[in-house]
Design a protein around this ligand. Structure first.
Ligand code: GLN
Length: 478
């Protein structure tokens, strides 16, 4: 068993045949992470005690002949914006460098109940703001496939850890693409479920109406299994959905013949590139499996970036107001008045990108600008969502690129935030509509850089999204 490449099914087989125990696997995963992590900086904190305790529980279940949970013994890394009881959760921010949460996020509770073994917390852009993981207060993450390149962001750490092999699966968060884009850059599967599908309880809020928790994995089935474990109504999150959660992994039956796939014409105009070619090849493979390909139109796409960066920054400016030096963690000590204390704490604690967004968000919410920007952006958001509903009257799924380009060099776009924002064009629309979307690897560029293909389906139709992704993945293995 090789911890760097093993899958959930292989772990289950190994445990059932007693080839290895969950404790042995956990120890091996921790050792591997300790040795390899310095190359990428994907993990910020290892949690050996917690991991070994979880693994021991699985071994006890095996010894007692009890049924095992769906994630029994599986080493998991968790993005550091998801809170873990008694385990440091930094959100990639200096402000929370020493923050120890008093409770677990619902997703974490469910993962551990299913036998998941949390081996550590993964690096990310500060408060999940970014597209390259260069905005972390704890240093950038490097792409394990090309160490001079970014892993994507903001969930660069969770993606890099799965690609590097220091975790078998991981949890990320996605507000405008932060799961799909790093999955694409690191050559793995990344899933953003329907908004409300997974409870946000314990996910540090960036833009609450857009935030999602979702899995990264080495294959589609593993991602489906993790999502199934986490999904479903949670009384702690009033926006979590009560819709039933099908057993996604059991539905990967390859029956995709006759499915209608839409290619939005606006998304393929500018990708006359290797990325576009690889996505087109992916679509051709699905056509060979009997899918019917049609052109669809999502006419409001051109407004998506502006709309997202108004709504997301508005919500962020409000959500981040709580980090004021009074609650949570570090406080500037050298402040004569209360106002100075707020100012200094926030001035010293937040990095440049968070400050930029707090200022932008405060601006678009301020009297006089609220109607011109924020209310307008909400209306445009409704139009973007309507574009998708119209398209889904004609097709079962939509396929697009994930990013206009593969992983770029560290530092390449750091001084040009506009460039960085524009790179989110293909992922942001699905986030604004709240529909399920995922990235599945569709090949490598001539330079050996992975490229992902994005699959989007109707609200709560994750099952068909996974079905298509798995059928496509199968064509690449044969
Ligand atoms: N890159 C986008 C941003 O910086 C998306 C981030 C995210 O999904 N968390 O806002």
């Amino acid at each position: 068993m090789n911890v760097a490449t093993v899958t959930i099914d292989q772990i289950r087989e190994g445990l059932s045949s007693r080839e290895f125990s969950a404790s042995e696997l956990a120890r091996q995963a921790l050792q591997f992470a300790q040795a390899e992590n310095p190359k990428t900086n994907a993990l910020l904190t290892l949690s050996p005690e917690r991991a070994l305790a979880s693994a021991r529980r699985v071994d006890e279940q095996i010894a007692a002949g009890e049924p095992l949970g769906a994630l029994a013994g599986v080493p998991v890394a968790v993005k550091d914006v998801i809170v873990t009881k008694d385990l440091r959760t930094t959100c990639g921010s200096k402000l929370l460098e020493h923050y120890i949460p008093p409770y677990d996020a619902t997703a974490i509770v469910r993962l551990e109940q299913a036998g998941g073994v949390i081996i550590g917390k993964a690096n990310c852009d500060e408060f999940a703001m970014g597209s390259s993981n260069e905005n972390s207060a704890f240093g950038p993450v490097r792409n394990p496939l090309a160490l001079d390149r970014v892993p994507g962001g903001s969930s660069g750490g969770p993606a890099a850890s799965v690609a590097q092999g220091t975790a078998v699966v991981s949890l990320g968060s996605d507000t405008g693409g932060s799961i799909r884009q790093p999955a694409s850059f690191c050559g793995i599967v990344g899933v953003t479920p329907t908004y409300g599908r997974v409870s946000r309880y314990g996910l540090t809020a960036f833009a609450s109406s857009l935030d999602h928790i979702g899995p990264f994995a080495r294959n589609v089935k593993d991602a489906a299994t993790v999502l199934h474990v986490m999904a479903g109504r949670d009384p702690h999150d009033s926006t979590s959905a009560a819709a039933p959660v099908p057993d996604y992994a059991a539905m990967l039956d390859g029956k995709v013949a006759g499915m209608k796939i839409g290619l939005p014409k606006q998304y393929f105009q500018e990708v006359a590139s290797e990325t576009g070619d690889l996505v087109h090849k992916g679509v051709e493979a699905l056509q060979k499996l009997g899918c019917e390909i049609r052109e669809v139109s999502l006419p409001n796409t051109e407004h998506a970036i502006a709309c997202y960066y108004i709504i997301a920054t508005a919500e962020a400016s409000s959500n981040l107001a709580r980090f004021d030096g009074v609650r949570y963690t570090s406080r500037s000590t050298d402040s004569p008045t209360l106002i100075d204390m707020y100012r200094n704490t926030r001035g010293e604690g937040f990095g440049a990108e968070c400050k930029r967004r707090i200022m932008l968000g405060t601006y678009v919410l301020s009297a006089g600008y609220y109607d011109a920007y924020y209310v307008k952006a909400q209306k445009v958001r409704a139009l973007i969502a309507r574009d998708f509903s119209e398209a889904f009257k004609q097709v079962d799924a939509i396929i697009t690129p994930v990013s206009p380009f593969p992983a770029f060099k560290l530092g390449e776009k750091l001084n040009d935030p506009m460039q960085m924002y524009l790179s989110d064009i293909y992922t942001i629309t699905g986030s604004l509509a709240g529909i399920p979307c995922m990235s599945v690897p569709c090949g490598n560029t001539a330079d050996g850089l992975p490229v992902g293909m994005q699959i989007l389906t109707k609200h709560f139709d994750e099952a068909n999204m996974f079905r298509l992704a798995a059928a496509y993945e199968h064509t690449r293995q044969i």
